[in-house]
Design a binder for this molecule. Structure first.
Ligand SMILES: NC(=O)c1ccc[n+]([C@@H]2O[C@H](COP(=O)([O-])OP(=O)(O)OC[C@H]3O[C@@H](n4cnc5c(N)ncnc54)[C@H](OP(=O)(O)O)[C@@H]3O)[C@@H](O)[C@H]2O)c1
Length: 591
């Protein structure tokens, strides 16, 4: 007789589905830190549709998406689903799992009750015209991540999945290991195998960012399985052995370089020059680690803003930078000259479709993919696992939580097909990377702010440029050296000098230009640089009668901090002074 409710760890007879189940629930009224947000409750076991499967969860994988769900940001996943017509006022998360099939819908043919499975997290509506036409469901508007964008994920005794999500559990893996690798493994597989002529192939060279991380550790192994060589980037030499044991040819420690972040503007010759020096040193180090002078045909990207300029530069002619996240930021800066002249490709990638997930899982079944499990938590510790992630205190690698399994080390029924080397991550290594919003949800909007809280905006109160400007032009010549320019600035207490040639203002040198000129030069070298080498060419001007608000909009539109002020004398505009943002700020905030 099937009981109404089974205790956690008490496995019902295979195929016997109780009416109720234990689950970790998130509710809107307790959105916040995972330790408070997740609470144990008893709810009804969900009904399944004709193409769905009910799986008894043995272990669940932990991913950052449910740290977001717990907080209700950037979206309230419960509210979103309620709007779509789903009635439940709670969220059961969990986008990775291993378990046993307990019930199948009438259209299900790929699995049967009793099968041991792992599940990928890609779901879509089988009736979507795009999907029905045989297109990649990853582009379907109905695509959702199971256990994040859908309810009834794996943080419960039973989970509801679409049948195509189910894949055979590798028999040599424990329940907790099998629950750990699918989300990251399938994502890495699509990145490396999903993009036509740029699919990784034998003898390719691949650069893998974050080689000891969740995605990176999968990427190294997928490259190895394809016969390609990978070089992993890491932030500590203590991760070298780990990446090598997974199959990396070698490692680069990113802490030995300092050229990270957005690309300096190409007009900023000094800044760009210094960046170029940094990225070339990185390229040389790459060759050294690889042992030959070949650039990577594929670059496996996810840090984003900090690293993409380097990825684009180092990628081989005709190669591809494939990216699935922007952990360090979303502004990707690219020097287009390298993109078009060397005919490189930048490719966005997100999770995986069935065939990619199945192919990745096949590698796991064959013993070619280690799940890189770093820590297993008990059922009661599920909030703790997410809290550690929330606080960036979790270990590298992939983490699992026991749900139906009562102890670690159970579930493996066969020997490992290819016994892998013993691997361990550095013990005290914790995450240091920021966690941006999950990429599978729309970016947050800008919350409407009540107008009255903003304070008065800058109104046109009649102030004119002539009321605030600095009268008199502090000028230098194009061939003046920067030591002279600097002294002129200091003596006149100004932030910029106009560069004058043949009675015409031809450019401006600002304090920022001086600081940039000093970068990658000694003081002695910087002193000798000529003003014309660092000046911003041309002068943005405004008439002294211009209103202050118009002058400010002009400056903000052009992204500059000052304008040369002119006066109409007979038939020409004569420069008579400068108005700078500093003058504006003084009026707006200090006075
Ligand atoms: N679109 C998708 O389908 C999808 C799927 C899975 C994951 N993701 C996203 O992909 C990203 C990575 O996931 P993950 O599971 O691999 O995370 P992870 O385990 O935290 O690993 C990320 C790695 O990035 C490296 N890193 C951190 N800051 C860096 C920086 N400034 N420059 C270069 N490398 C840096 C770190 O390694 P070192 O410190 O050793 O360099 C870290 O190990 C996350 O944003 C995740 O949300 C997207």
């Amino acid at each position: 007789m099937t009981k109404e409710l089974y205790e956690v760890g008490e496995i019902p007879p295979v195929g016997a589905v109780p009416a109720k189940m234990h689950a970790w629930l998130i509710r809107a009224e307790r959105f916040g830190e995972p330790k408070d947000s997740f609470q144990q409750e008893v709810v009804d076991v969900p009904a399944i549709a004709d193409d769905e499967v009910l799986v008894y969860v043995m272990a669940a994988g932990v991913n950052y998406n449910n740290v977001w769900a717990a907080q209700g940001i950037p979206v309230d996943v419960i509210k979103v689903r309620n709007k779509l017509g789903e009635p439940e006022d709670f969220h059961i998360g969990g986008s990775d799992a291993s378990g046993i099939v307990y019930k199948v819908g009438k259209d299900v043919t790929n699995v049967k009750v009793g099968d041991e499975v792992v599940m990928h997290c890609g779901t879509w509506d089988r009736n979507c015209p795009w999907v029905k036409a045989g297109n990649d469901p990853m582009y379907s508007p109905t695509f959702r991540i199971w256990g994040y964008e859908t309810n009834y994920g794996s943080f419960a005794q039973f989970t509801k999945v679409q049948a195509h999500q189910c894949m055979p559990k590798p028999k040599h893996m424990t329940w907790e290991a099998a629950a750990a690798y699918v989300l990251v493994g399938a994502t890495a597989y699509r990145m490396l195998h999903g993009w036509g002529e740029h699919a990784v192939r034998k003898d390719d060279v691949v650069l893998v960012w974050g080689g000891a991380g969740g995605l990176g550790s999968m990427a190294i192994q997928i490259c190895k399985a394809a016969g390609a060589s990978s070089v992993a980037v890491i932030s500590g030499d203590d991760k070298i052995d780990y990446c090598k044991s997974l199959g990396a040819r070698g490692c680069l420690n990113r802490r030995n370089f300092a050229h990270w972040g957005m690309l300096p503007h190409w007009k900023d010759q000094t800044g760009y020059g210094s960046w170029l020096k940094g990225v070339r040193a990185f390229g040389s180090a790459f060759w050294e680690v690889l042992g030959e002078k070949r650039s990577p045909r594929l670059v496996f990207e996810h840090p984003g803003e900090d690293t993409i300029p380097t990825s684009m530069f180092i990628c081989d002619t005709g190669g591809m930078v494939v990216i699935c996240a922007g952990t360090t930021g979303y502004n990707a800066t690219v020097d287009l000259r390298y993109l078009w002249m060397r005919q490189k490709r930048v490719q966005g990638s997100h999770f995986a479709n069935d065939s990619q997930a199945y192919a990745m899982n096949q590698l796991a079944v064959q013993g070619q993919l280690n799940p890189c499990l770093s820590r297993t938590f008990s059922y009661e510790e599920l909030p703790l696992a997410h809290q550690l992630m929330f606080e960036n205190q979790h270990p590298h690698g992939n983490m699992s939580v026991l749900i139906g399994a009562t102890e670690v080390g159970t579930g493996a029924t066969e020997k490992e097909p290819i016994p892998g080397p013993a691997m361990s991550l550095p013990k005290r290594d914790l995450h240091i990377s920021p966690h941006p919003y999950p990429s599978s949800v729309p970016l947050p909007g800008i919350a409407p702010t009540p107008a009255e809280t903003l304070g008065p905006v800058m109104v046109d109160d009649g102030t004119k440029v002539k009321d605030l400007m600095f009268y008199g032009l502090v000028a230098c010549k194009p061939n003046d050296d920067l030591e002279t320019v600097t002294r002129v600035m200091i003596e006149n207490d100004v932030h910029a000098v106009v560069i004058e040639e043949a009675e015409q203002a031809v450019g401006v040198v600002s304090q920022t230009d001086l600081v940039l000129a000093r970068q990658s030069r000694t003081t002695e070298e910087a002193r000798k640089v000529m003003a014309r080498e660092v000046m911003s060419e041309g002068c943005a001007t405004c008439d002294m009668e211009t209103s202050l608000s118009d002058a400010v909009s002009g400056m903000t539109r052009m992204g500059i901090h000052r304008l040369v002020v002119t006066k109409r004398v007979e038939d020409r505009n004569v420069p008579i002074g400068v108005i700078s943002m500093t003058d504006v700020v003084r009026k707006l905030i200090v006075e």
